[in-house]
Design a protein around this ligand. Sequence first.
Ligand code: GLV
Length: 319
Amino acid sequence: MKVVVTRQLPNEIIEMLSNRYEEVVVWEKEDEPIPRERLLREIVDADGLLTNLTDKIDKELLSQATKLKVVSTLAVGFDNIDVVEAKKRGIQVGHTPGVLTEATADLTFALLLATSRRLVEGMDVIRENRWTSWGPFLLTGQQVHGATIGIIGMGRIGMSVAKRAKGFSMNILYHNRTRHLEAEEEFDATYCSMDDLLEQSDFVVLLVPSTKETHKMIGTAEFERMKKTAVFINTSRGTNVDEDALYKALESQSIYAAGLDVFEEEPISASHPLLKLNNITVLPHVGSASIQTRLQMAKLAVDNTICGLEGKTLIHEVK
Ligand code: GLV
């Protein structure tokens, strides 16, 4: 069997595959995605593919993969994979939910705190020698404790963000395709319409997957509904937000600030207009990036690959 791994992973992870299979091809460079041409070449006689969110696993690629049994992505999101096409070809698709929930909720909350309390600006003030004196209103931001948080998408990560919000005595609103009774019972979360959530929340946190329905779901109309003091946080996918509309909302201060871990195009260019604003905190898509969680994700991605190669049901199959 041949397995293609499109990113460098720790030896202990690669060995889980190389101890079992004759050929394990690992893309050599650490910080760059595998070039498309190379992946197209390698996939022709591959039985398994351990991929990640920077590879496009589309119809063109799948149609060349005549032996492929499994596509296993080291991520919970799978919007880079044409799952319908894979299934049509009898290829199983696996992902890594669950193990990354808490780390991603931690990062979401970290971004919420950093954005509302202006942590990065504070560090800049010191580094640039602009801290001349303690000041009664120096770097004052928005209060988190006791504020209203609106969670859009009450899935696993939404629930874990709600758990943290409860610890900060926040009033929790949520919007979801269906009601989430556990969130209501455990965290006193209140289900509401999108409009109500946008109008009432001090913090709007976006945690939905990227689909046709969620594409640019937060745009001009949604930003206009938000409070002038609202802090918008996105740790889901950049494509869920209209970035031009976000830029206008931040630039005109029709919302207070935004914290973003994800962008329409990644990596975002350093010259992007959004990055010229100072009411924004940005991170390079590191939601689940604790060492412990990434190792767990990698192990799960390998286990999914092995299950697929051995004709078993994957531990976490994309449904
Ligand atoms: C990261 O964004 C993931 O989908 O796991």
